[in-house]
Design a protein around this ligand. Sequence first.
Ligand SMILES: O=P(O)(O)OC[C@H]1O[C@H](OP(=O)(O)OP(=O)(O)O)[C@H](O)[C@@H]1O
Ligand SMILES: Nc1ncnc2[nH]cnc12
Length: 175
Amino acid sequence: MDLTTIKEMIRIIPDFPKAGISFKDITTVIKDGVALKYIIDEMAERCSDRKIDIIAGPEARSFIIGAPLAYRLGVGFVPIRKPGKLPAETIKREYQLEYGTDAMELHKDAIKPGQNVLIVDDLLATGGTIITAVKLVEELGGNVTGLMFLIELTELGGRRTLSDYDVVSLIQYPY
Ligand SMILES: O=P(O)(O)OC[C@H]1O[C@H](OP(=O)(O)OP(=O)(O)O)[C@H](O)[C@@H]1O
Ligand SMILES: Nc1ncnc2[nH]cnc12
């Protein structure tokens, strides 16, 4: 298995969920056990020189990658969720998507001040989702040590939005 093969396994759906969006569908990767193990191991490898106390990731697709990566690194995983899903006291922020607006919440006791937090997601597009996740984590006093993605859409400016942070992506699309 290698990253070229993983890229070939990603299914591209034109005009989903609306006209002009070239949707990168990772379900075709994660249904393959060898491919899923490979991407998690590859991410773990790229974390080896970092201090990570906990991983956080935004609903929903980051959960698929973030939880096994946390297990592999022997740390915990914290979900950042769409409004109304987390049951205890939360903090909340609104953000813009490539195709709409939304909001996310984080439990107030999810991160301890000073904890080193790796934020994970399946895909970096405009960076709107992840910068919101970063702000939520930082609001609780977390130290964001890195941002890890399976896919980066390089022409949508995510890296510019996240220029203060260490961004790692396994697969890039110039589209
Ligand atoms: O960099 P951005 O422009 O913010 O876009 C990237 C985000 O968009 C997708 O999630 P989506 O909001 O579609 O939600 P889902 O994970 O619940 O499908 C993807 O999983 C990222 O979280
Ligand atoms: N083009 C895209 N494909 C899959 N997920 C996305 N999230 C934001 N943009 C996306």
